[in-house]
Structures are given as C-alpha cells and as structure tokens.
Design a protein around this ligand. Structure first.
Ligand code: ATP
Ligand code: MG
Length: 420
C-alpha cells in the first residue's frame, strides 16, 4: 500500500480530553476519529487492525464449530417485551419509533433476536447443541462514554450464543469458549485474568469476565497471589490483603479493562420467549443457553494501551497492520525513489508493506513511522550511494545498515529470529 494513497492522518498533538495513553495514540496515529461523544469512525489503518482482530476471533470460534451469522441492529420492541427487558433495560437502551409510531431499539445485545431466530428451528434434542455468533455494531447510551473505544455509545462486539438440551452440555461449551477466549486474547498480545462476575443486565446463573490489568481500567478486580482465584470487587467485596476464599492466600486489588464476558444463561430467555425443544423423553423443555461477548473495538483500545512506548504504538506480532514500512526519505531524489520502488515491489510479493512515498520531510516520515509502529522499517536515504539502506526494528529500536542486495536475506533472518 502506498502511504500517499492510504488515509493515515497522523497528528502531532493528542486531543485535550484524552487521558489514557491508548486514547492519545489511537487519535494521533490516525487510527480513529471521534464524530461525537462515544461515537468514532475507524480510519483505514485502525479498521485494518479491527479486521485482523475479527479474523482471530473467527478462527478460534470456527475451530470450535461455531457458525457466523448477522442479526439486525434494528430490533422491534415486541421481542424485548417478550423477554421482559423492554421495561427493565433502562436509559442505556437506544429507543426509537418508526413512521407508524411503533417502538424499536438499536441493539445493545442480541439475546432476544437470536432466541427468536433459533426457536422455530431448534425444536428437537437431535438438533442441539448449536453455537451461533456475529460480529456487529452495538448501541448503548452509556452514561459516561470515555477513553475513546473503551466505553463507546456505538461499538463493535462479537456475541456468541449457544443452545443446549442439558446443563452438562452448556458447561462443556462454557469451558471451550473460555479456552478459546484465552487463545484469542493471547494472540492479540494481551494477558488476561479471568474473574467471577455478577450476571447483571444479561442475567443467568454464572458469569466470568476477561480482564486486562491496566490503570485505566474501569473495573476493580480482586485476585489471589497464590492461586487462580479472581473476582470483580463489585461482586465479591474483597479488599487488599484479605484472605483468598479459594485457597486462603493473599488477595490483591487492581484495575482491569473488561474485554470479554461469558454467561451461563440457562433458561432466562428461552422460558419467557418459549424457545422449547422436544427432549429424548418426549417432553417439551426450554432450551438451555449460554452467551459470550467480546468487545472487538475495546480490545483494540486495550492492545494499544498495553503495547506502546514514548514514540508510539508497538504492535504485537499478530496484530501488525503491515510487516514492513518502507520509507523513501526524499521522494524528489529520483535515485532514492527508484530504489524504494524496487524494494517495495520485491518485498510486497511476500509480505504486506506500507510504502511512504509522500512528498513530506524525511524526519516527519520517521516520526510517523515510530508512531504507527510497524515492526520493521526500511529507510531509503542518502546511503544508497554506498548501496545501503537502514533497517530498524520498532520494538527494540535496533538499526542496521544493510546492503540493498542483501536486504531480502536480512529481512528473512529477522522474521526467523522473531519466530523463535
Ligand atoms: P461494562 O461492564 O464494561 O459496561 P458489560 O458488562 O456491559 O461491560 P457486556 O454486555 O457483557 O458488557 O458486553 C460484552 C463486551 O462488550 C464487554 O466485555 C466489553 O468488552 C464490550 N463492551 C461493553 N460495553 C461497551 C462499550 N460501551 N464500549 C465498548 N465496548 C463495550
Ligand atoms: Mg455495560
């Protein structure tokens, strides 16, 4: 991709209201642009990373046998009245009317719609279990939209729903999704703690949250220093140095960003919405459900929050929008431009490259390059007269002068080193 053609509007200064480092960096590196409070446009580079995250999610869920679908964002109040949430949900629900004065909402979540979609077809134990997910825009009129993508009023979520004929099957799936979530976050370069949580608005029997430990997190979590126990303090009321309820060890308190949330719903929706199936014994029973949310846009935010230095973003290996950033220091110098073009056409045969061919000062290009954090930079500048270019690794800042003729080999040795 030629940078002159790709819209990456980097900024020198962060917006005044940006407190979190990730907020500053997301805006400064031209990944997103705010349109209104809690409402953002994803610009090409930001959207590219969103799509990478989405695909990691898809790979891990498809591997479990889940299938992807797409439900409408616009939902009729009828379904919400069936579940009882039309009155319960409160001011977070974005309500609207159609021209005939009928009530609708913009989906904050999709338990009602998925139950409606599944109930007519999944009518026998023989057709269960089934697990369906979507990656979609959600709408919530949050009281305090903030930290850019962290708490938006419009945001991207992956929501998965599973349907079962018995509790054992739900429990099995709950464990499977739990493990898949760990893999997803791990691949995104995030370390997560899994904590017990309240079932809240969604309801059900048991729930867990996936937390990224971070000072800018809005949740406070208690975790044990000696075992894997963790809980949301909202739910457990534990304090620093309390005894762990699981092993008697010592509790610590820290802030966390909730990136995912899994629930054993049981029959909370299937019962009122009459989503029933005929069981082996010939009896009609409500389906047993699980639901599993993962904040795609919030994950991007958490990734940037956890992976940066004083110069800008440092992408984790799997989320890099491009592998190489080729900088032509001075595009008005024909020799430099020729060499840079040649390197670009060769390297792009094997890997994704961003080629900075802009008519812009070289020094600004290098600053932008550090800011947007592509793992390997190849700078084509004055040294070409000696047949050399500079190769810089973003993570370590290590630079090497490399012969143009050796560049391919040098780059593959860097990739091999990374894999180890
Ligand atoms: P929170 O406690 O942060 O409000 P929630 O419990 O309301 O989250 P869920 O309804 O379980 O969240 O949604 C699933 C996931 O969607 C969350 O784990 C989070 O990653 C993401 N998410 C929820 N609300 C927002 C929001 N306003 N902006 C961005 N992502 C969100
Ligand atoms: Mg919420």
């Amino acid at each position: 991709m030629k940078q002159s053609m790709m819209f990456i509007p980097t900024l020198k200064n962060a917006p005044k209201d940006a407190e979190a480092m990730s907020h500053k960096l997301l805006v400064r590196s031209g990944l997103v642009k705010q349109v209104a409070a809690g409402i953002y446009s994803y610009l090409p580079l930001g959207y590219k990373v969103i799509k990478i995250i989405e695909n990691i999610v898809r790979e891990e869920l498809d591997a479990l046998g889940c299938s992807e679908l797409l439900l409408p964002a616009l939902q009729t109040s009828d379904l919400w009245k069936e579940s009882g949430r039309w009155d319960d949900y409160g001011p977070e629900l974005m309500r609207l009317k159609d021209r005939k004065d009928r009530d609708f909402c913009l989906g904050p979540t999709h338990e009602e719609v998925i139950t409606f979609v599944a109930r007519d077809y999944l009518n026998s134990y023989k057709k269960l279990p089934v697990a369906l997910y979507q990656i979609q825009t959600k709408f919530r009129d949050e009281m305090r939209p903030r930290f850019a993508l962290m708490r938006g009023r419009e945001f991207s979520m992956k929501d998965l729903y599973s349907f079962h004929s018995n509790d054992e099957c739900l429990n099995e799936w709950y464990e499977l999704v739990w493990e898949a979530y760990k893999k997803i976050f791990n691949r995104c370069g995030l370390e997560v703690k899994v904590v017990d949580s309240d079932t809240g608005q969604i309801g059900g029997k048991e729930a867990h949250e996936f937390m990224v430990m971070s000072e800018v997190g809005e949740d406070t979590i208690s975790y044990c220093n000696d075992c894997d126990y963790g809980s949301n303090t909202e739910f457990s009321n534990l304090a620093e140095r309390d005894k762990c309820p699981k092993c008697g060890g010592t509790i610590s308190i820290a802030k966390g960003i909730e990136v995912g949330n899994i629930f054993k719903l049981g029959t909370k929706y299937s019962e009122p919405m009459k989503a029933t199936f005929t069981d082996k014994d010939g009896k009609e029973k409500p389906m047993i459900m699980g639901c599993y949310g993962l904040g795609v846009s919030r994950t991007l935010m958490a990734v940037v929050e956890q992976n940066n230095d004083e110069l800008g973003i440092v992408w984790p290996e799997e989320l890099k929008p491009f592998k190489y950033h080729i900088i032509c220091f001075d595009v008005k110098n024909k020799d430099q431009l020729d060499v840079a073009n040649h390197i670009y056409s060769e390297l792009r045969k094997q890997s994704e490259c961003l080629f900075d061919d802009r008519i812009e000062r070289g020094i600004i290009k290098l600053k932008d390059s550090d800011l947007i954090g592509i793992p390997i930079r190849i700078t084509v500048g004055r040294d070409i007269k000696d047949g050399l270019v500079e190769v810089t690794e973003r993570k370590t800042g290590t630079s090497n002068k490399v012969k143009i003729t050796d560049l391919q080999a040098f780059c593959s040795s860097l990739s091999k080193k990374k894999k180890k």
